[in-house]
Design a protein around this ligand. Structure first.
Ligand SMILES: NC(=O)c1ccc[n+]([C@@H]2O[C@H](COP(=O)([O-])OP(=O)(O)OC[C@H]3O[C@@H](n4cnc5c(N)ncnc54)[C@H](OP(=O)(O)O)[C@@H]3O)[C@@H](O)[C@H]2O)c1
Length: 252
């Protein structure tokens, strides 16, 4: 049985709590947040605290807090030589205070507190400084997911950067598409099957092979029509930049 203490109460911490609470072979010994109000409703399920000096002894301490809080919070922990991990894609493992055994437990997914998530499908990227700690962390991760991967800091930084492209930037493009359709009272919902198929298709084809559309075809007249239809200069700039990017990739 692996014991964990979760620190933080945001999007990631609340999903991790639910996943570990229901997992075999894991006990959530305690849940810490600096403002106890955010976790008060769980008081019947797990011991809670907002006081670092009251932290229980556990095998692993998971800092699921804002990126810029990892370093300071880790140095405030009133113990040393225990396994302390953070959940960030972009924070260095070395940002955790060196008085601890250090690791990273980065779930490569987008989490919102209010949206359900099936953790068994979430890849968890693991990193430790010590080999024995890797095995403990891997055992913890496999209690909630089938997908674990040893990833070094450089690889994690590139995955996090790539995640911004596939998730945040793509989502912003959905938002722009919604503004474009709503401006003409067309239904954004009609695009949803296309959105799903775009994501499904790259499970089988490489993004290179899956590309279609006027930019790839170098269809100048359609591109010209689209640019004329755009009445927002910001959207026009994005259209031009992405068209250039596709044409650079696909050439003639
Ligand atoms: N959201 C995602 O999709 C996602 C995905 C993968 C990894 N991550 C990573 O997971 C970590 C948490 O992200 P999140 O989205 O769960 O963040 P979040 O929802 O913004 O929650 C941040 C948590 O950190 C706590 N916190 C902030 N500053 C603190 C400080 N100085 N001392 C102690 N606690 C502090 C907050 O406490 P209060 O509640 O008291 O304000 C809150 O509980 C980050 O490293 C993030 O990069 C996020």
């Amino acid at each position: 049985m692996i014991s964990v203490v979760i620190l933080g109460a945001g999007n990631v911490a609340s999903h991790l709590f639910k996943a570990f609470y229901n997992a075999e072979g894991v006990t959530v010994k305690q849940w810490y947040n600096r403002h106890i109000k955010s976790i008060q409703s769980f008081h019947a399920d797990v011991p809670l605290t907002d006081d670092l000096s009251e932290l229980s002894e556990a095998d692993i301490y998971i800092l699921a807090v804002s990126d810029d809080a990892v370093s300071e919070l880790s140095s405030k922990l009133p113990f040393e030589n225990r396994l302390v991990v953070h959940t960030s894609g972009s924070v260095s493992i070395h940002d955790i205070d060196k008085k601890h055994r250090r690791g990273v437990f980065y779930p490569l997914q987008t989490f919102s507190r209010s949206a359900d998530i099936d953790f068994s499908e979430v890849p968890i990227c693991l990193e430790t400084l010590d080999k024995a700690d890797y095995h403990i962390l891997k055992t913890l991760a496999t209690s909630i997911t089938q997908h674990t991967k040893r990833v070094n800091s450089e690889q994690r930084a590139s995955l996090h950067l790539a995640a911004v492209f596939v998730n945040n930037f793509t989502n912003q493009l959905y938002r722009i598409a919604q503004e474009i359709t709503e401006s003409k009272s067309a239904e954004f919902d009609l695009l949803k099957p296309l959105i799903l198929e775009t994501a499904r298709k790259i499970q089988e084809l490489s993004p290179y092979r899956a590309q279609t559309g006027p930019a790839k075809r170098h269809d100048k007249s359609t591109i010209k029509k689209h640019l004329k239809l755009l009445d927002n200069e910001h959207h026009e700039a994005i259209y031009k930049l992405l068209t250039q990017s596709i044409q650079k990739t696909h050439g003639r």
